[in-house]
Design a protein around this ligand. Structure first.
Ligand code: ATP
Length: 309
């Protein structure tokens, strides 16, 4: 059995990974890596590919793509009941996305050459995994896991917009522009937020985020106090305020200095329920979007080991 299995999303980084993968493969061969690999041929396939590789016995599964690919591969590590397919399996990341937000908190190099070297370090750190449970628009109960951040409201609005652009100006600018335009259009949402079974807030908000990592949107430090393996969820609420005020305060989110703002609330907890009091709200989980009326968050019962420097 080879040491590594790479799952590559050729469509990531604006489609450029398709051309760049042969170069990565060459670098891996030069560094004498022992590996097999598979490219995805459609969306939402990376989780199945990762799970099959783990079942075959590979213990180092490396996602090559953006936050969406990392999300899918993470989902491939877990059975429906939240237990690991193989507790010895570890996640590696070669980031080829535009957002690249999870690796910022984990400290995985963005530069492919260094990311490849980090895979050899043999070091790994545990990360919590967020579990979101909701009813799909088709009426099915869905359990989806995410490793970085999930949010309802403005975040889903932004990601939907950005995912429909080419993202050719890079993550920072694409998400900044997407956020500015979305703020102008996005309404507030009348929500009820329940933390550890107690009502935390009820009223109009732009965004309710549940975080494990600190960053989203190509470098916005939305949850500066989030710690990857503390066994807690970080809730960040952006309550209703005027749009000029929201735009003005956006700069503070990049430096993570927004938590003291009177219209921001943040807390740590074990479980969060976000319930809309008027219709569906946009949902985002690690950059993948949907639409829900209510969602329950908790931490998955098992952590995932992530290979890092
Ligand atoms: N072969 C494929 N063809 C079309 N889409 C794919 C394929 N493989 C994966 N996808 C989809 O591509 C989307 C984007 O992937 P990903 O998020 O990894 O890249 P990105 O958008 O460039 O990065 P980021 O989310 O960090 O900005 C995901 O929704 C994924 O399901």
């Amino acid at each position: 059995m080879k040491e590594f299995f790479f799952v590559i999303n050729p469509k990531s980084a604006n489609g450029s990974t398709a051309q760049y993968w042969p170069r990565i493969k060459e670098m891996l061969q030069d560094e004498k890596y022992d590996f097999d690999y598979q490219l995805t041929s459609a969306p939402n396939q990376a989780d199945e590919i990762a799970m099959e590789a783990i079942r075959k016995g590979y213990e180092k599964i490396v996602a090559v793509g953006g936050d969406g690919t990392v999300n899918e591969v993470v989902n491939g590590f877990f059975l429906d009941d939240g237990s690991l397919v193989n507790p010895k399996a570890k996640l590696g990341i070669i980031s080829r996305g535009t957002g690249c937000d999870f690796i910022r908190t984990m400290g995985i190099p963005k530069d492919v050459k260094y990311a490849i070297r980090a895979l050899k370090s043999g070091k790994a750190k545990p990360s919590d995994v967020i579990e979101g449970e909701y009813i799909s628009q088709q009426g099915q109960k869905i359990i989806r896991r995410c490793i970085n951040i999930s949010d309802v409201g403005l975040g889903g609005f932004v990601v939907r917009r950005v995912n429909h652009t080419t993202k050719s100006s890079g993550g920072f600018l694409s998400y900044l522009l997407g956020t500015l335009l979305s703020v102008l259009k996005c309404p507030t949402f009348d929500l009820e937020i329940i933390l550890d079974n107690k009502l935390f807030f009820s009223g109009e908000v732009y965004l309710a985020a549940v975080a494990n990592g600190k960053y989203l949107g190509g470098g916005m430090k939305l949850a500066p106090e989030a710690i990857l393996d503390d066994g807690l969820l970080d809730l960040v609420l952006v309550k209703a305020m005027t749009k000029p005020r929201l735009l003005w305060n956006l700069r503070k989110v990049y430096s993570g200095t927004h938590l003291s703002h009177p219209k921001i609330a943040a807390d740590k907890c074990k479980t969060v329920t976000v319930r809309s009091l008027n219709g569906d709200m946009p949902l985002e989980m690690d950059g993948e979007t949907g639409s829900v009326k209510s969602i329950n968050y908790k931490l998955n019962k098992e952590k995932i080991e992530v290979i890092c420097e």
